[in-house]
Design a protein around this ligand. Sequence first.
Ligand code: FAD
Ligand code: FES
Ligand code: FES
Length: 475
Amino acid sequence: MRRELRFLLNDEEVALDDAGAGDSLLDFLRLDRGLRGTKEGCAEGDCGACTVMVGRLRDGDVRYEVVNSCIRLLPSLDGCHVVTVEHLSGADGGLHPVQQAMVDCHGSQCGFCTPGIVMALYALWLERPRPTDAEVRKALQGNLCRCTGYAPILRAAAAAADYGLPEDDGLTRNREAVSARLAEMADGSRIELGGGAIVPADADDLADVLASGPAATMVAGATDVGVWVNKDLRDIAPAVFIGHLDGLCRIEVNDEAIEIGAAASYSDVEAALTAAVPGLADYWSRIGGWQIRNMGTIGGNIANGSPIADLPPVLIALGAELILRRGAERRAIPLEDYFIAYGQQDLNPGEFVEAVRVPKPPGDAHLGFYKVSKRRDEDISSVCAGFMVRVREGRIEDARLAFGGMAATPKRAGAGEAALLGRDWDEPAIRAAGWALDRDFTPISDWRASAEYRALVARNLLTRFYLDRSPAGSP
Ligand SMILES: Cc1cc2nc3c(=O)[nH]c(=O)nc-3n(C[C@H](O)[C@H](O)[C@H](O)COP(=O)(O)OP(=O)(O)OC[C@H]3O[C@@H](n4cnc5c(N)ncnc54)[C@H](O)[C@@H]3O)c2cc1C
Ligand code: FES
Ligand code: FES
């Protein structure tokens, strides 16, 4: 067992034995290391001012992702390479190509958002030096600018490659050396810190840790937990960190299903899942922003039991199964049975979500996934829905309709489904199912949406689904 965290910060090796379970990377950078280029805006993952890059070894090679350092907790960084805006420079030691493009395109006024925007654009430039407009907009979903306006920033993103290319960048040139340094740090031991953080060695070790300390807070991507710490001032110790566990990040695709480890992030899963499930890609890009999709995990989105989490309705509609583990014991349950009541899930003490198995939808299934929120990007749903309907010879023979934001848990619409079964796939059937939703749900009013609005939206989403998927329909 080890008693200290080790990671790389820019060029420097860091060893910490006094990190608390809820200590944020942002506070460490600004207060401990004086790296104040990284800013604090919202402290809840929403504005991107605190964006940094974190690299982690994947199959022997370091892979970098942008994250929000305000909600990234220090103990999750063992064996990682943290890259802040201070690390950027051009090949001649001057401004980095992305920074120079921002200057020349007038992409910064007060400058508060600028380091975060530069980091997001830097990560994009490394992956796609000549991005499309859509790729730039997607990369900036998690970054707010209040005074410049986005047009000059978009122009800077498009121009960056004219100032230099990733092959000349320090991070690209040092990739092998950094991978080797990170590999040296990975000694395969469990870490226990005085501040109440436990970083298990692997998934089996996690099972042991939870069996002996079932009250510990599990922390995966910390996109919920980090907000509890910053906004509710919650003490999360003892906390067990799981986001780094390769055994929980695996994604296996076979002819029948996609099995996704609970600690796989939205970004990890995106390619495999959207390839297997037609129509899911647009919905996926509406979840959080780039930073949140790099951090938030599939298991966290399910385990948090939120009635407005975006994945459960989709996965329930697809007939997903949850694999739960305690010690060496595993059980599989239909995902919809996991949600018992508000704040209550079918999870025993010491048990954790290990994986979710998503059957590949049949080729003839009509599929629809919808999210309605106040803002298009980086917002939580007012109502979200996943639909799968199968039609044989014009008749509906199977229907799975699942909603978020309509009840205390993500929930299937039993009456709505019954109203469809055996009927012709036509508008009257969809209308009947829409009215039947009143028997399935009694939504609440809150500051996100009124009960009447939610009921109307749910009905309208069914109509839209029909219009989107029916050959006769014209949206
Ligand atoms: C700015 C912002 C935007 C967001 N946008 C969206 C959005 O568009 N759609 C959406 O649905 N959500 C959104 N969220 C909420 C959040 O990002 C997601 O719910 C995310 O998937 C949570 O995953 P995580 O790994 O970060 O969970 P964590 O914060 O690490 O954990 C969440 C909860 O799940 C528990 N947990 C985690 N993993 C496991 C496991 N394997 N087994 C048992 N328990 C576990 C934790 O103990 C904790 O109780 C947003 C959050 C922020 C901050
Ligand atoms: S400070 Fe706003 S996302 Fe971190
Ligand atoms: S330059 Fe002022 S917030 Fe973006």
